[in-house]
Design a protein around this ligand. Structure first.
Ligand code: AHR
Length: 504
């Protein structure tokens, strides 16, 4: 195999990593909330019903912003059902996931969950623009954020939350372009309601940061036209536009699946181009940033099969939905998606791994039982830990391979982040299923001379997974033989591997 190469130079950078790039997502969907983060009566549950074993893993994962309460769920969400004494909250039909929502976990419990994670956790709250509108968004904002002395802020205090929640980051609805969305809208209809909601929310508090809904996928027929129309209406009123993308191997096309980040990078670049086009049309100096607030590997086609039978069931509470069990190969693709986000840190200001627990998640739980790490847990935890600082511009010279969907793709996908103390971490994926990839990185200008660690996630069996019965089958291992000599880092990347190479 030909050696892959790139050069790192501190003079050539992409941008600073926003800590919000390591966000996640808790939706009222399946067992993400109930028996996921919240399970009163579980052996590890605290007085609020929050599972400590899950909280420990969430901290270890290193998540920052946590989007809530949906997702598709938000388009039927009545925030007032989710506050006040838990025993008197109403049970509701959740049309999005054909379930019964008990509202035992609500806004106050979500905020308590964030506080327990620690100061790195930030709320990212969505308002319902599917079945509701400006008035309800304003009421929720007042309940959550107004200090005191009004009906809704005093109501919050009477519910036990004297201090305002201080929610700064808000999503204006969810996937409003999708026909599956309750209250789905055309771009013009959504642009109008998003603009009016944004204007009113800013009247209440000019300091809020707002995310307008972009397309729910790059493959949507309305993609790009949707963004342009929505931004034309909202450009001066919002800060971010959302992107959502999920990947799976379709029709057995594993080679294209391994290159999923090619699609993710083109999606980001196309949305940036669309934002800037609208900005130019409006003669605006302002730049709209990207909130990639749903991304992951998701075996969605399996869920679509399940959905047909599921919809006939009897509105269950917290059913097992979307509980994908991830392989080593999935984790390598997942790592490559993280690399794609980091490579665009100049414009991707927020990103949320969908989701956090049980539902297409890095953390799994068993009701009344254990919590464990999926394979995807490891790349996320490592990227969140070592991917803080300034992203360096990485242009790879790599051997390539052929894919059905994306044509010729690089076998090497990489990025590098320089921390404030000058240490540098290279994140790299070898997409080859069969061959190790020799790598040379010129690091002369960086002032690093020492390898701290080369860690890799790879396995002789790319289908290996962690399960309830074998929760520690897969974990990263240390790679020998990597060195920095005379200004060059040399390493060998195992076939189908995610790599973290730390230099000091
Ligand atoms: O994350 C699962 C679902 O995927 C979300 O509810 C929705 O926004 C998206 O389609």
């Amino acid at each position: 195999m030909r050696t892959a190469r790139f050069t790192l130079d501190p003079a050539f950078t992409v941008g600073q990593v926003n800590p919000r790039l390591f966000g996640s997502f808790v939706e009222h969907l399946g067992r993400c909330v109930y028996t996921g983060v919240y399970e009163p009566g579980h052996a590890t549950a605290d007085e609020a019903g929050l599972r400590q074993d899950v909280l420990d893993l969430v901290r270890e994962l290193g998540v920052t912003a946590i989007r809530y309460p949906g997702g598709n769920f938000v388009s039927g969400y009545k925030w007032e059902d989710s506050v006040g004494p838990a025993e008197s909250r109403p049970r509701r039909l959740d049309l999005a996931w054909h379930s019964t929502e008990t509202n035992r976990f609500g806004l106050s419990e979500y905020m308590a969950f964030l506080r327990k994670i620690g100061p790195q956790a930030e709320p990212m709250m969505a308002v319902n623009l599917g079945t509701r509108g400006v008035a309800e968004a304003l009421e929720l904002q007042e309940y959550a954020n107004h200090p005191s002395g009004t009906a809704l802020s005093d109501l919050r205090a009477s519910h036990g939350d004297k201090d305002p929640f201080g929610i700064r980051l808000w999503c204006l609805g969810n996937e409003m372009d999708g026909p599956w969305q309750t209250g789905h809208k055309t771009a013009r209809e959504y642009g109008r309601i998003a603009a009016e909601t944004a204007r009113a929310m800013r009247q209440q508090d000019p300091g809020v940061e707002l995310v307008a809904c972009g397309s729910s996928a790059q493959s949507m027929p309305t993609f790009a036209e949707w963004e342009a129309t929505v931004l034309q209406e909202t450009y001066d009123l919002v800060d971010h536009i959302s992107l959502h993308a999920y990947y799976e191997p379709l029709d057995g096309d594993v080679d294209s699946f391994l290159a999923s980040a090619v699609d993710m990078e083109s999606f980001i670049e196309n949305v940036v181009a669309t934002c800037d086009h609208v900005g130019a049309r409006l003669k605006s100096q302002k730049k709209i940033n990207l909130s990639f607030d749903e991304w992951n590997v998701w075996y969605m086609s399996r869920w679509q099969e399940q959905a047909t039978t599921f919809a006939q069931d009897d509105w269950p509470e917290a059913p097992r939905l979307l509980e994908d069990n991830y392989s080593v190969m999935d984790a390598v693709v997942f790592g490559s998606l993280l690399i794609a986000l980091l490579r665009h840190a100049d414009r991707v200001a927020v990103a949320c791994l969908a989701q956090l627990v049980n539902v297409i998640a890095p953390i799994m739980t068993e009701p009344g039982g254990a919590a464990w790490r999926q394979t995807t847990f490891f790349p996320f935890a490592q990227a969140s830990r070592y991917g803080r600082g300034e992203v360096l511009d990485v242009r790879v010279d790599s051997p390539t391979y052929e894919t059905r969907k994306y044509g010729e793709a690089d076998l090497l996908h990489a990025t590098a982040v320089r921390a404030q103390d000058g240490s540098v971490t290279v994140f790299a994926v070898n997409r080859s299923r069969t061959e190790a990839l020799p790598l040379d990185v010129a690091v002369t200008g960086l002032g690093v001379s020492r390898l701290v660690e080369h860690s890799a996630l790879a396995d002789a069996d790319p289908d290996a997974r962690n399960t309830l019965d074998d929760p520690e089958r897969v974990a990263p291992h240390t790679v020998d033989g990597t060195a920095v000599t005379d200004g060059t880092l040399t390493a060998t990347l195992e076939p189908l591997s995610w790599n973290v190479i730390r230099l000091a």
